[in-house]
Design a protein around this ligand. Structure first.
Ligand SMILES: Cc1cc2nc3c(=O)[nH]c(=O)nc-3n(C[C@H](O)[C@H](O)[C@H](O)COP(=O)(O)O)c2cc1C
Length: 347
């Protein structure tokens, strides 16, 4: 059985990846995470020229590093959102860049992953296909139809988009693992995402059967992330993640009609737009106020849950307290997880 470390030989255990947060996770974040022994992922951008620019940042940052020189692929991943991207526009970029991982999340239909996985394997045979899903049945369906190299099981605590109907990783991951094993797919390594922000979360995910973790919200408080200062300040001040964040499709309607596939909603801080929605303000008025707010310097991001723009963040947000380098985050979380696992082993 291939382990995740066989696929990502430069990484240190336990494997930590930054989530490919579109518009937030650029080349700077991804290369820093990779150089710290994690898997850096660049968030899929809608414009291929913008994506190429971020990948150029990665190439420059890793240019003289032995892990790049000794590898058939570039030791980072590229995240893609199939429902908004055109496969024929993406393929040349993947073929040229040859990332170690191509991460797919949110296709219009689960069956679309088959064509995406096969076309990507065609242009970059050594890239591994990671698919993020939020249910056992989706994982099983995709295992049968697209043969991914890795599944990321995304729990309902996750920040940003995810399955509207979900479960936390504490039940999702073991059930997915058992079901996949029973159906003959135990060779597909699993990683976990959703609510993991420190070594305790990593240790828990490994105990559940994950071979690695993906963190998004924690990296919103990194020095390398591309985020508006008010957005980051709102993440840092947030307490009690289950209270100050919520899942809703409203966040995808703030700019106009919701273009996300039916299966998905998103978790954001409970910003003013959502409070208005709960209080019965009409969608039209909420959209109007949102449009005005995002045109200002702060782009609608405010602290105190006062902003009108969505601030995507997971329930782990209450544990994120300071901005650090992504290198410090990866190394610190890894060391903490190892310490906890050693302590638990003595229990
Ligand atoms: C700000 C933000 C943006 C995100 N954007 C994307 C994205 O573009 N593509 C994607 O596959 N996942 C995206 N996600 C979801 C992540 O893949 C991941 O599931 C999530 O961050 C894990 O939960 P956590 O935030 O609690 O760590 C995003 C998450 C956040 C917080």
């Amino acid at each position: 059985m291939s382990t995740l470390r066989d696929q990502l030989p430069w990484t240190s255990s336990p494997i930590i990846a930054n989530a490919p947060m579109a518009g937030f996770a650029g080349g700077k974040l991804a290369s820093t995470v990779t150089l710290a022994g994690g898997l850096g992922l660049v968030g899929g951008l809608f414009n291929m020229d913008d994506l190429r620019k971020e990948l150029q940042v990665v190439s420059e940052a890793l240019a003289s590093d032995p892990i790049l020189l000794s590898s058939k692929t570039v030791p980072v991943g590229v995240g893609l959102l199939p429902f908004v991207l055109k496969l024929d526009e993406v393929l040349p970029v993947i073929g040229e860049f040859r990332p170690a991982v191509v991460w797919l999340f949110a296709a219009k239909s689960l069956d679309d992953y088959t064509a995406w996985a096969s076309a990507i394997r065609n242009v970059s045979p050594d890239s591994k296909i990671w698919i993020q899903v939020g249910s056992v049945s989706a994982a099983l369906h995709i295992a049968r139809t697209a043969a991914p190299d890795v599944f990321c099981l995304q729990g309902a605590d996750a920040g940003g988009h995810g399955f509207e109907k979900g479960a936390g990783i504490i039940s999702l991951l073991p059930e997915a693992s058992d079901t996949l094993a029973k159906e003959g797919y135990s060779h597909i390594p699993l990683v976990a995402s959703g609510g993991i922000v420190d070594g305790r979360g990593v240790a828990a995910a490994l105990a559940l059967g994950a071979q690695g973790v993906v963190m998004g919200t924690r990296f919103l408080a990194s020095k390398e992330v591309a985020v508006h200062p008010n957005y980051q300040a709102a993440v840092l001040e947030a307490h009690d993640g289950g209270q100050v964040t919520t899942r809703s499709k409203l966040f995808d309607q703030l700019r106009g009609p919701n273009i996300w596939p039916e299966l998905y909603d998103g978790r954001s801080l409970v910003v003013q737009s959502h409070k208005d929605y709960v209080n019965g303000v009409s969608l039209g008025d909420i959209q109007k106020l949102h449009k005005e707010a995002v045109g200002k310097d702060d782009r609608g991001f405010k602290t105190g849950l006062q902003g009108r723009a969505a601030i995507w963040a997971g329930t782990g947000v209450g544990l994120v307290k300071e901005v650090e380098s992504a290198k410090v985050i990866v190394e610190g979380v890894r060391t903490e997880a190892k310490g906890i696992l050693a302590k638990v082993a003595r229990f």
